[in-house]
Write a protein that binds this ligand. Structure first.
Ligand code: ADP
Length: 449
């Protein structure tokens, strides 16, 4: 049985939900298909926040920033492999994405620091809630309030392209396995990445065999694979980010905000070994060089009080504790004298505003007082930077760099925005910004059909 709509969206994570709301607001009829029993994808797991420069919240906090500086940080963080035009568009429109979220019930009013950022730029909800869940809950409510047609447990299996090379719809399978076709004037691919598909990961990065993943089970690269089958160009497929601080086997990561707010990393010998605020790839590499490829994130009660997101880790029983540094050291099997020396030396650096060992730039929190906490972490597969090639209008390109009419893409399914390494906070910026752009352009194209 065939159905027809203006715009069909594949994937109900942050990019797809944003695109659905924006397209609906602009007057298009929309169907969103999501293969899992719930919306949210990897987005719901994003804890950090959204990078944007030039927002009223930065201004209120006296932070000087600009899209240009956000651009420079993103390019540097991505080792300049990023597509510069895509990064320009991202950084010039991210502040409007914060505004979009506010209008849709997800105000990100607090601004913090994240790895690879020159200034405080990562926007998150006030009160320390995890940003991804906060956004997903708000957008889900909006989808419901607006009665937008969302179909869960409905998997897109194929993108349909006609003889002229125009994309005209998708094939889907519902939860009973029943197949049907949805014809649409425009298709927005927002099916996320492939970080939970180890076979696909190791096809592009054999060195990652055996790594655990932070991704949700639906991150299997369907969007990328379906696109490739109709001649879409794929870019940067081997660029796969490992997150430095994950909990093996649990699909959990410890948000960068913990380090950003003042936690340090120590190794099994109780010693610091890195500037904790370096980019994810470098911090990961530095942890992998330590004994057993593990590190401990060390923080105290003051940080716990400042960053409510940490309560989740306590709830999951991931945190070891001690009234003194020595007690904590015994709990985690690290030499107490060594850890005590490391912590007191670090607190001295905070007092001096100078990290003589690793030149950490942001020394805001002294660890001179307890109670003390530790979480054992190791790097895990986190984000697939590569994916389908798009231009700044979120139009999808074929292997000859020609636009494929009718096909748009946004979010982790795309490649080129993050280059060789994604900065923390740029995923939410990416999905909301390109989700909006994909919807605007798709709606715009309806006029000519
Ligand atoms: P992004 O951050 O780019 O929005 P997410 O991982 O948050 O990416 O969301 C992508 C969503 O797409 C996930 O919820 C995932 O289950 C869904 N998805 C993946 N493949 C398909 C498919 N073949 N059909 C429908 N939904 C899909």
């Amino acid at each position: 049985s065939d159905e027809t709509t203006d715009i069909v969206i594949v994937g109900g994570g942050g990019a797809g939900m944003t695109a659905a709301i924006e397209a609906h607001n602009k007057g298009a009829s929309v169907i969103l298909v999501e293969k899992m029993p719930m919306l949210g994808g990897n987005t719901v797991r994003a804890e950090g926040g959204l990078n944007a420069a030039g927002t009223p919240y930065q201004k209120a906090a006296g932070i000087e920033d600009s899209p240009e500086l956000h651009y420079q940080d993103t390019m540097t963080g991505g080792h300049n492999l990023n597509n510069p035009d895509l990064v320009r568009t991202l950084t010039e429109n991210a502040a409007a994405s914060v505004e979009f979220l506010k209008e849709n019930g997800a105000e990100l009013s607090e601004v913090g620091r994240a790895g690879g950022a020159s200034v405080n730029r990562i926007h998150r909800p006030a009160g320390g809630e995890a940003a991804g869940n906060f956004i997903v809950v708000a957008l889900k409510k909006k989808l419901q309030d607006e009665k937008i047609d969302v179909r869960l447990q409905t998997t897109a299996t194929e993108i349909i392209k006609n003889e002229e090379g125009t994309v005209t719809g998708i094939k889907v399978k519902d939860k009973e396995g029943k197949e049907s076709t949805i014809q649409a004037k425009a298709i927005i691919l927002a099916a996320g990445g492939f970080g939970a598909n180890l076979e696909m990961v190791t096809k592009y990065q054999p060195g990652l065999a055996g790594f655990s993943t932070t991704n949700h089970a639906g991150a299997t690269g369907d969007g990328t694979t379906m696109a490739e089958q109709i001649g879409v160009k794929l870019v940067d497929m081997k660029e796969i980010q490992i997150h430095p601080t994950t909990i093996p086997g649990k699909g959990v990561l410890i948000t960068e905000g913990v380090r950003g707010d003042g936690a340090i990393l120590v190794n099994a010998e109780g010693k610091r070994f890195t500037n904790e605020l370096l980019t994810r790839d470098v911090v990961s590499k530095n942890i992998l060089a330590q004994t057993d490829k593990i590190a401990y994130i060390i923080f105290n009660d003051e940080l716990r009080a400042n960053l409510k997101a940490t309560e989740v880790y306590f709830g999951m029983d991931l945190v070891k504790q001690g009234d003194t540094v020595e007690q904590l050291a015994s709990e985690i099997g690290v030499d107490p004298a060594a850890l005590a020396e490391t912590v007191s030396k670090y607190s001295g650096y905070v007092a001096d505003k100078n990290d003589a060992d690793f030149q950490r730039p942001d020394l805001t929190l002294s660890l001179a007082t307890g109670k003390y906490y530790a979480i054992q972490v190791t790097p895990g597969i986190h984000h697939t930077m590569g994916g389908v090639a798009i231009n700044t209008k979120a139009e999808v390109l074929d292997t000859s760099d020609q636009i494929i009419p009718g096909l748009y893409a946004a979010g982790e399914v795309t490649g080129g925005v993050h280059g060789a390494n994604r900065l923390g906070g740029n995923a939410l910026a990416d999905i909301v910004t390109y989700g909006r752009i994909a919807a605007e352009e798709a709606v715009h194209s309806l006029g000519s059909k």
